[in-house]
Every structure is written in structure tokens, then in C-alpha cells.
Unconditional design. Structure first.
Ligand code: GDP
Ligand code: MG
Length: 192
């Protein structure tokens, strides 16, 4: 099976195999400028020189969560181009989603709700793990979305919520641990 990933849309979509363990496909969604690529680079360990297989806008890395390895293929391709086709594929390929907004940008928060609705439509009967992320929590003075608004939104949309700061690397690891735990939870309940 071809597990090679490049930044060409075709191979992105056809990639991913769980023949040798599980590779969880996690897709970043959110408006431009909210910090998706910054979070992805931290996850990929790009900044601390971690040996990560980064190809195009896709990050392949194993992390240990609750004493068990998890392989994640993280897609930062939402804004790669404006094709409707790619956006639809994004909505289809994920085992889990990270919807990011910036706490300093109310409109990105509203956009996050739209994305949640779109996702629900695209994957109607599935119970897909989603984490709503309020990024840029370090920018205290320019905050436009409170923690309470963020977590209330997550309750309405039946998903997890976390605030992060890519700049300070705050809560970024917790975010990815959280997504792995969510995926495992849903998987276990499906198997029963
Ligand atoms: P993307 O368009 O969603 O991929 O966002 P980027 O990761 O490219 O980030 C957009 C801008 O926001 C960049 O200038 C980042 O340095 C900045 N940025 C991202 N995350 C944070 C954060 O947590 N705090 C602050 N202060 N700036 C951030
Ligand atoms: Mg980006």
C-alpha cells in the first residue's frame, strides 16, 4: 500500500493505511491566520528538530498517549487551494478533526461553528471526534472570545474544547493527546 504523502491532493486523499497498526488521520480546519500551521509544526516537532516525516502540509508522527503508541497523520491542507473538491475531501478523510479559531478574532470563532455544521452534514451518522481549539490564548489584551464562550460552544456542538498558545507551546501537547484519547474512546465504543 502506498503510504507516501505529498502535497498533491490526489496522493493526500489516497494515503493512509492501517494495515500495520492504526494511523489516525486528523484534519485541521479553521479560518486563515488562526494558527493551524503553527500548531501543526509544533506537533510535527519541526521547531525542536524532531525527526518527523513532513511532506508538504502533512505531518506523520507517532506519540505515546497513556502508555500506548499512536500514529497520527496530521493534515494541514484546508487552505491549500480554493477548490471545493479538496474541501469536500477534507470533510471526508478525517478520523478526527481539530477546528481552530483565534481567541482574538470573533469572526474566526463564528467560522468555527459553520465548519462544525458543515462537518456534521458531511458525516451525518458518524460520531466523529472533534476538538474545538481557541488558539492565541497568550494575546490577553486583544482577546475577543472568552473561555466561557468557547466552552459553551463546544457543549452545543458536542465536542471537546481546549485553549492553546502556539507561541508559548501552551496546551499543544494536551491537544494532540486529547485527540488520540477521543479517537480511542469512539473506537472502543464502536467495537462493543
Ligand atoms: P494558519 O493560517 O491558520 O495556518 O495560521 P498560521 O499558523 O500561519 O499563523 C498565523 C499567524 O498567527 C502567524 O503570524 C503566527 O505566528 C501567529 N500565531 C499563531 N499561533 C499563535 C499564538 O498562539 N499566539 C500568537 N501570539 N500568535 C500566533
Ligand atoms: Mg496555514
Amino acid at each position: 500500500r502506498d503510504s507516501c504523502v505529498s502535497d498533491s491532493s490526489d496522493s493526500v486523499i489516497s494515503s493512509g493505511s492501517d494495515s500495520e497498526g492504526h494511523v489516525y488521520k486528523v484534519v485541521l480546519l479553521g479560518e486563515q491566520g488562526v494558527g493551524k500551521s503553527s500548531l501543526a509544526r509544533i506537533f510535527g516537532g519541526v521547531e525542536d528538530g524532531h525527526d518527523c516525516d513532513e511532506t508538504g502540509n502533512t505531518y506523520d508522527r507517532s506519540i505515546e498517549v497513556d502508555e500506548e503508541e499512536a500514529s497520527i497523520l496530521l493534515y494541514d491542507i484546508w487552505e491549500q487551494d480554493n477548490s471545493q473538491w479538496l474541501k469536500e475531501q477534507c470533510m471526508r478523510i478525517g478520523d478526527a478533526y481539530i477546528i481552530v479559531y483565534s481567541v482574538t478574532d470573533k469572526s474566526s470563532f463564528e467560522k468555527a461553528s459553520e465548519l462544525r455544521i458543515q462537518l456534521r452534514r458531511a458525516r451525518q451518522s458518524e460520531n466523529i471526534p472533534i476538538i474545538l481549539v481557541g488558539n492565541k490564548s497568550d494575546l490577553v489584551r486583544s482577546r475577543e472570545v472568552s473561555v466561557d464562550e468557547g466552552s459553551a460552544c463546544a457543549v452545543v456542538f458536542d465536542c471537546k474544547f481546549i485553549e492553546t498558545s502556539a507561541n508559548l507551546h501552551h496546551n499543544v501537547r494536551d491537544l494532540f493527546d486529547g485527540i488520540v484519547r477521543q479517537i480511542r474512546l469512539r473506537k472502543d465504543s464502536k467495537e462493543e
